[in-house]
Design a protein around this ligand. Structure first.
Ligand code: GZL
Length: 324
C-alpha cells in the first residue's frame, strides 16, 4: 500500500508541475493539448535552434510541451516515448537519431491510440501506420544541391580532376544516408570527380576536426574538395586545413550543410564556398500538425520546408540574420 501511496503523490506532484507549465504556456486557459517531444540531443547549433523553435512555438500555440533530451542515445529516446505513453499525452513527436529500431515502442504508442509525428528525420520499418507523418528536410535534395554547386564550379574552372573527401553525419541517420546518396548520385558518371574517402564525423565539431586531420595526413594536397554533412563538422575541419598550410575556400573547395549564422559568416569571409540550407525552424508546422491530429483531421504524409543554397556565386550581403 505504501508504494502505491508514494506513486500517487509523485504523479500528483508531476501533474501540479505540468499544470504550472501549462499556465506558463497559456496563462489563464487550459492548454490545447499535451505534446510529448523526444529531442535526440544538443550536438549542433542546428539542433539547439530546432529545440528553441519548438519550445517557442509550443508557447505561441498554447500547447503544453513535455520535452526530453536524449543526449544522442536511442535508448533514451525509446524510454522517453514510453514515459509519454504512460502519461497518455495527446500526441507524440520525436526526431529519431537513427532509422532502425523503433518498431516495438511505436507499436505500443499505436496500441495506446496516441498519434506519432516524425520531426526532422525518419525511420525505416516494414510495419504500416506506425506514424502519421514526417516534418523535415529533403536530405537527398540537399546532397543533390551540394553536388550541383560543385559541378557548376568545376565547369567554370576548366580543371579535369576533382578529388573529393566526405565527412558524413551520424551513421545510419536519415541525413547521413540521404545527403551521401544525393551527392554521389549527382556526380556519378562525371569522370572529373573522384571520391578519395568518406569518414564519419557524427555531426560533431570535435569529430569533424579529427576526420580532417586524418584526411590531411593521408591525402594532403591531393584533396580538392571537402563535402561535410553539417556546419558543426565543417567548423571543426577549417582550423585543421589552415594549420596544415592550406587556405580553405581557395586551395580546397569547402561545401557544407545547415546554414547557421557562424557558418554563414565564414562563407561571407570566403573560407567556405557553398552552404546548403537545412532549416531547423520546424516548430510551427509541428504544432499545427499536432492540433490537426488531436482534432481527428488528416495531415500530409510528408512536409518538406523550402530551402536555399548560399554560395560564392551569390551576393551574400542579402542573407538575412539566421536565428540559429
Ligand atoms: C538535419 C539534422 C542534422 C543537422 C545536423 O535535419 O538532422 O542533425 O544537419 C544535426 O546539424 O546534428
Amino acid at each position: 500500500m505504501k508504494g502505491k501511496g508514494i506513486a500517487l503523490i509523485l504523479l500528483l506532484v508531476l501533474c501540479l508541475l505540468l499544470s504550472g507549465c501549462a499556465a506558463k504556456n497559456n496563462p489563464g486557459a487550459e492548454p490545447r493539448l499535451l505534446l510529448g517531444f523526444s529531442q535526440l540531443g544538443s550536438e549542433s547549433s542546428w539542433r539547439i535552434g530546432n529545440t528553441k523553435d519548438i519550445e517557442e512555438k509550443a508557447e505561441t500555440y498554447g500547447i503544453s510541451l513535455m520535452m526530453e533530451n536524449a543526449n544522442q542515445k536511442q535508448e533514451n529516446q525509446i524510454a522517453a516515448l514510453r514515459r509519454f505513453i504512460a502519461y497518455r499525452v495527446d500526441v507524440i513527436a520525436f526526431s529519431p537519431i537513427v532509422e532502425e529500431g523503433w518498431d516495438n515502442v511505436l507499436k505500443e504508442a499505436k496500441q495506446a491510440g496516441i498519434p506519432v509525428v516524425l520531426v526532422d528525420r525518419t525511420i525505416k520499418t516494414e510495419e504500416k501506420d506506425l506514424y502519421e507523418c514526417l516534418i523535415g528536410a529533403d536530405f537527398y535534395q540537399e546532397g543533390v544541391s551540394a553536388a550541383n554547386y560543385l559541378l557548376r564550379k568545376a565547369d567554370r574552372s576548366g580543371k579535369d580532376r576533382f578529388q573529393i573527401v566526405e565527412i558524413t553525419g551520424t551513421e545510419d541517420s536519415t541525413p547521413m544516408r540521404q545527403r551521401h546518396a544525393g551527392f554521389m548520385d549527382t556526380i556519378a558518371g562525371d569522370e572529373r570527380m573522384q571520391v578519395l574517402e568518406s569518414v564519419n564525423g557524427d555531426f560533431l565539431k570535435s569529430r569533424g576536426a579529427e576526420c580532417m586531420r586524418y584526411l590531411l595526413e593521408k591525402y594532403g594536397d591531393g584533396i580538392d574538395v571537402i563535402y561535410s554533412h553539417n556546419d558543426e563538422m565543417t567548423l571543426g575541419a577549417l582550423p585543421e586545413i589552415e594549420q596544415a598550410g592550406y587556405m580553405p575556400g581557395k586551395d580546397m573547395i569547402v561545401i557544407s550543410i545547415d546554414g547557421g549564422q557562424e557558418a554563414i559568416d565564414i562563407l561571407k569571409a570566403g573560407k567556405i564556398n557553398c552552404i546548403v540550407e537545412c532549416t531547423p525552424m520546424l516548430g510551427s508546422t509541428l504544432m499545427e500538425t499536432a492540433l490537426a491530429l488531436k482534432d481527428g483531421k488528416n495531415v500530409d504524409p510528408e512536409t518538406h520546408p523550402t530551402e536555399a543554397v548560399f554560395s560564392d556565386e551569390d551576393d551574400l550581403s542579402q542573407i538575412a540574420p539566421r536565428g540559429y
